[in-house]
Design a protein around this ligand. Structure first.
Ligand code: NOJ
Length: 574
């Protein structure tokens, strides 16, 4: 066995730097557990299941927005940051939840949505009422329309949710008025980050939650906040290699100042708080700039999630991720899914296994058995890589995407704004099955229901229930529990060393009949890397290969015959 060059190993995490190798579980509160039976998941439901999260072995829980909100975009339309939406509970319940989680050794991360607010937010309501030219409107992007009668939008920018990014207001006398900018839905007006109130308010919001004991924040749409005040059109012409062309609303240099000031707030606490950014950027260097020592600690790495299930592509993605992070001394993050993307067991069961919003379509043929096998291997692959790991609720149960939700049940604005062409994100947000028994919505509801779950669960949901998997050593839940326990206790996996391993010679010849001589398994079909004395090996080929020597720590399928079947991963101590 030989090791190949890898980026320099980073120092191992100290307890104060827990985030460098943490396993972080994402709770989408609306769909996690419904404590009062009203059909919407809530904080009481989460609290009752904190022991489940502790036993799963996660270090922290990230809650998607739980604030007061009309829920037009699942809570990413915040009307008041300092109160909890009544559908989810109360501020006192949130405080108790944070405290109890902490007693169980689980940290809390909350979601901050700085690019926009809800159109029901006090600031926006005041801005509409105050009218054109008012100071209240300066906190947003109000502009007259183009053309003689102002009937044309100020720019032709396209929304991330498809369609336009401007909505026209109506003045008090009923005549058409100014337009306002919203990169997402019209109910999510964009804030003007050149305005001092916007900056001050957000620093205050950070302190509000940090003071309540949260260990960090996830920053929504973190690369979009700052806009070019001249509001130019997007220039889509090809850029020269190495050229950086400023974009009117993405990844603008002025953003770094915002995050430096947030980092100062986070660092002002005796146990510094974590900043993790949601950043989708194709340029790895520009991405890494956000992770310089005085900016965010980490950011979601979506490259691997968008990468096809192919050894060469995955290896390249891992290399480029580690190299980009090494430039700034930041740990990578590993993300297989979240509340915005197709569930991994579905994605990996398709011919095109990469995730891209524009290729996610109804009716794509899917082999769930294959997808599940690969998702199990992907879970071990990502959990073995150096850095922090994110697990989206329900992935530990191996839930597939629910693809046949009736149209009249769908809630996601992506579905509506695409005219029903894009299935949207409801299929990965269906309320969780806790019990195999269908009563009380498969255990999603803790008490007799006054309303059904906010999204309907499929009749076969119980097959994936947590209690059905609990005592099954072959279940996805058992795999996650085992992997997270090993990951937490093996020093090799806690540190940050990483080296690719070439398995050729040392793994010896294949047992007879295992590998056809005419079709040798090439090293390009395998991903193998060492984390000190722990070896992770994943077979992405179509033939079984001999299992390398070593003590087996965990495997994503049966490897007792001494071979690693296709789409299977194993961890071994060498
Ligand atoms: C990213 C969030 O993950 C997504 O759910 C939301 O719709 C957009 N940002 C807008 O806030």
């Amino acid at each position: 066995m030989s090791t190949s060059s890898s980026p320099d190993a980073l120092p191992a995490a100290t307890p104060a730097q827990w985030w460098r190798n943490a396993a972080i579980y994402q709770v989408y509160p609306r769909s996690f557990a419904d404590g009062n039976g009203d059909g919407t998941g809530d904080l009481a439901g989460v609290r009752a299941r904190l022991p489940y999260l502790r036993d799963l072995g996660v270090d922290a829980v990230w809650f998607t927005p739980w604030y007061y909100s009309p829920l037009v975009d699942g809570g990413y339309d915040v009307a008041d940051y300092r109160s909890i939406d009544p559908a989810f509970g109360t501020l006192a319940e949130a405080e108790d939840l944070i405290a109890e989680a902490s007693r169980l050794g689980v940290r809390t991360i909350v979601d901050i949505v700085p690019n926009h607010v809800s159109d029901q937010h006090e600031w926006f309501r005041k801005a509409l009422a105050a009218g054109p030219g008012s100071p209240e409107r300066e906190r947003f992007w109000f502009r007259p329309g183009k053309g003689e009668d102002g009937s044309q939008m100020p720019t032709a920018w396209v929304s991330s949710f498809q369609g336009s990014t401007w909505t026209r207001t109506t003045d008090d006398d009923g005549t058409p008025g100014e337009w306002y900018l919203h990169l997402f839905t019209p109910q999510q007006p964009d804030l003007n980050w050149n305005h001092p109130d916007v900056r001050r308010e957000h620093e205050d919001i950070l302190r509000f939650w940090f003071d309540r004991g949260v260990s960090g924040i996830r920053i929504d749409s973190a690369a979009l906040l700052v806009k070019d005040p001249a509001l130019p059109e997007v220039d889509d012409s090809p850029v020269r290699p190495g050229e950086h062309r400023p974009h009117p609303f993405t990844d603008r240099d002025e953003l770094h100042d915002v995050y430096r000031s947030w980092r100062a707030v986070a660092d002002s606490y005796p146990e510094p708080r974590l900043l993790v950014g949601e950043i989708w950027l194709p340029d790895a260097r520009r991405f890494a700039d956000y992770l310089r020592p005085d900016e965010m600690h980490t950011a979601f790495n979506f490259e691997l999630m968008a990468c096809p299930w192919d050894a060469t592509a995955l290896r390249a993605s891992i290399d480029s991720t580690l190299a980009a992070h090494a430039l700034v001394g930041a740990p990578a993050t590993w993300v297989l899914s979240n509340h915005d993307v197709t569930r991994p067991v579905t994605r990996y069961g398709r011919a095109d296994t990469a995730f891209a919003f524009d290729t996610k379509r109804f009716g794509t043929p899917t082999d769930l058995e294959l997808g599940t096998r690969r998702a199990r291997a992907a879970a071990l692959l990502t959990a073995a890589l150096p850095g922090s790991l994110y697990v989206y609720q329900g992935d530990e149960l191996g839930l597939p995407e629910v693809e046949d939700l009736p149209d009249d049940a769908r809630q996601d604005p992506m579905f509506f704004r695409s005219g029903g062409v894009d299935p949207g994100r409801d299929g990965c947000r269906v309320p969780l099955p806790w019990h195999a028994d269908p009563a009380r919505a498969f255990g999603f509801q803790d008490v007799p229901a006054t309303a059904p779950p906010w999204l309907p669960q499929p009749v076969w949901w119980g097959r994936y229930a947590a209690d059905a998997q609990e005592d099954d050593p072959g279940s996805m839940l058992s795999l996650y529990r085992e992997a997270l326990a090993v990951r937490r206790h093996e020093p090799g996996l806690r540190g940050e060393s990483f080296a690719w391993v070439s398995l050729g010679a040392e793994s010896g010849p294949a047992p007879a009949g295992l590998v056809e001589p005419s079709e040798p398994v090439t090293s390009s079909d395998l991903l193998a890397f060492a984390r000190d004395d722990v070896l992770c090996v994943v077979n992405l080929g179509t033939r079984a290969v001999p299992l390398p020597p070593g003590e087996l720590l965990v495997a994503s399928a049966d490897v007792s015959a001494g071979r690693l079947p296709p789409d299977v991963a194993a961890w071994l101590r060498r």
